[in-house]
Design a protein around this ligand. Structure first.
Ligand code: TYD
Length: 211
């Protein structure tokens, strides 16, 4: 099935603890300085469906894996098409960056459900212009996450090793179909990662509207 590509839409992906959220925060400073029109988001979102997902991830809402897959898709639908959503912002010429998108569903829910379910549920969503994938060894990520107060249901080494492997399969199939994926060495020092992320984003930032 042919999918639309949203110009100016960039997605950060990686296993848990690979640093996407930290880097999104660092990007904000760079984008502010650059003068481009931009917005930052994340999935699960901070909206009501995202809040429900968080309670499933923490284990306080003991949902079936298929229900979790459907919640992520419902949350994504609002993130994309809701008021001031990704589609509207890209159409205005903004650079829109999301910490995680449908690739997370194809990877995580592809492991917890029959893979055809997340594939089917996500098949009509548009693709980003660029995916930045944070490459990090699951052992290193587990070491980094060890200091976190409470762990979510997916945050164990065995599952994260499967996540790392499935990311490779999922992203290479999109790359083969022509989507641009930049792989970043997330093992490097934070400043180096920040530099590599900016290098990937800068060409796209030059194409969008100024504030
Ligand atoms: P994230 O907010 O990146 O993690 P953190 O709590 O470390 O800041 O993502 C939350 C979790 O949600 C993460 O384990 C990946 C998972 N996830 C899915 O399983 N499917 C999805 O579609 C998305 C967007 C995230």
């Amino acid at each position: 099935m042919h999918r639309e590509t949203l110009q100016g839409f960039i997605v950060l992906e990686g296993i848990d603890g690979s640093g996407t959220t930290t880097q999104l925060g660092l990007l904000k400073t760079r984008l502010e300085r650059s003068g481009v029109a931009y917005s930052l988001g994340c999935e699960p979102t901070t909206g009501p469906i995202g809040v429900l997902i968080r309670s499933a991830l923490s284990g306080s809402f003991d949902a079936r894996p298929e229900t979790v897959a459907r919640l992520f898709v419902a949350d994504r639908g609002e993130h994309l098409y809701g008021p001031d959503g990704i589609v509207e912002r890209c159409a205005r010429g903004e650079l829109v960056i999301s910490d995680r998108y449908l690739f997370s569903s194809l990877v995580y829910q592809g492991l917890t459900c029959e893979p055809s379910l997340p594939e089917r549920l996500n098949e009509s969503f548009p693709l980003p212009e660029l995916v930045i994938f944070f490459e990090l060894d699951p052992d290193t990520a587990a070491g980094r996450m060890g200091s976190r107060a409470s762990l979510e249901i997916y945050e164990n080494l065995e599952f994260q090793s499967q996540v790392a492997q499935r990311y490779r399969t999922v992203l290479s199939s999109f790359e083969e179909a022509g989507m641009k994926v930049v792989h970043i060495d997330a093992e490097a020092r934070s400043e180096q990662v920040e530099e590599a992320v900016w290098k990937a984003i800068a060409p796209l930032a030059n194409k969008v509207s100024r504030r």
